[in-house]
Ligand binder design. Structure first.
Ligand code: ACO
Length: 311
């Protein structure tokens, strides 16, 4: 603790300025950022799996090329975010170890299965749509390296959202069977997508402090509401309905009301008991183990290069 540095830090936060890697920061601020940025990085990497599942089964060459690019983007986002977390003094090995041993959290959404091709469109539209809604305010968060990483990530997420919506528009112009497939995917993904924003503000233990520190610029519930309001209009254009009979416009509030979220399901998924948790973790651990020889070869190559330089 250092009162002088603390005052300087507080003043910078209050003025809406950025904290940089080499600046003094309270230990709790550093820990919160490591927690959030690493959870975010893990989400990007685990998020490659549900969609990777469909690369070999994309219906056309064009859709395959788009999906490949998108899944690669997610991998890039993960690496970008691990690098941002490393500026806070943690190592990538520590972070990955926490993921592989099941200690780290990642977004609940990636524990749901992708059953049909329409799921790929719905992930782009709803899941990436929700992700952008949450991530645009993070471009202005108080930690410089995280904020700057988010700028590029949001641009790419925007392409992801559009490709999903475009895929769904195409399917909706197809056969009755294709339209039914889209509606079924919307029915399965809607509630998990609005859970992505996290618990209600009153039940969110980290919100008050993260808002005070300028990490969280818009609250979980406000972002969820913004997402619902925007998405309902897009659903009309698409010609699908949301699986929530209580979803309706409230003129007084100027927002859509919506039904009760099943928080038991949310916490069950977050705590490892969703449909996909075991498979997702197993796939990540296998990828890590299968990649061991690449890491060893890279280290050996570097060792030889350094040795040659010192000859
Ligand atoms: N899935 C899994 N865990 C979640 C989720 C979720 N959808 N929402 C909240 N949680 C966890 C939080 O991580 C926190 O756990 P912890 O204290 O053990 O770390 C706990 O539930 C309580 O939630 P909050 O107090 O609201 O936590 P926080 O202030 O961190 O807010 C939020 C959660 C909004 C997700 C925030 O961390 C955030 O903005 N993260 C960056 C964005 C992100 O990670 N997106 C990933 C999905 S999008 C994508 O990758 C394509």
């Amino acid at each position: 603790e250092n009162p002088e540095y603390q005052a300087e830090f507080d003043a910078k936060i209050d003025a809406g300025g950025y904290i940089e890697a080499k600046d003094w920061m309270p230990e709790a601020y550093r820990k919160t950022l490591v927690r959030q940025i690493s959870q975010h990085a893990h989400s990007e990497i685990v998020g490659m799996l549900p969609e990777g599942n469909w690369i070999t089964r994309a219906p056309t060459l064009k859709r395959k090329a788009i999906l490949l690019a998108k899944v690669q983007d997610e991998g890039g986002h993960g690496l970008y975010l691990y690098a941002a977390a490393e500026t806070l003094g943690v190592s990538r090995d520590e972070l990955l170890d926490a993921l592989h041993t099941g200690k780290a959290k990642y977004s609940s959404i990636f524990n749901y299965p992708t059953l049909t091709w329409a799921d790929i469109g719905v992930i782009g539209w709803l899941v990436d749509g929700a992700a952008i809604m949450n991530q645009i305010p993070l471009c202005k968060c108080s930690y410089g390296p995280y904020a700057r990483a988010m700028v590029r990530i949001c641009k790419e997420e925007s392409f992801h959202q559009r490709q999903g919506y475009d895929l769904l528009l195409t399917m909706m112009k197809g056969t009755d069977e294709q339209r039914a497939m889209v509606q079924d995917a919307v029915n399965r993904w809607w509630w998990p997508s609005i859970m992505m924003f996290g618990p209600h503000d009153k039940d969110s233990p980290n919100s008050a402090q993260s808002s005070r520190w300028g990490i969280k610029r818009i609250s979980n519930d406000d972002l969820r509401q913004k997402f619902i309001d925007a998405t309902v209009e897009q659903a009309k254009v698409l010609g699908v309905t949301m699986p929530d009979p209580e979803l309706k416009w409230n003129a007084e509030r100027g927002h859509h009301d919506y039904g009760a979220i099943d928080w038991d399901e949310f916490w069950s998924v977050v705590n490892g008991h969703g449909q996909g948790n075991v498979d997702r973790l197993a796939a990540r651990v296998k990828a890590w183990e299968d990649g061991a020889w690449v890491r060893e070869a890279a280290l050996e190559h570097e060792r030889k290069r350094v040795a040659r330089e010192h000859q």
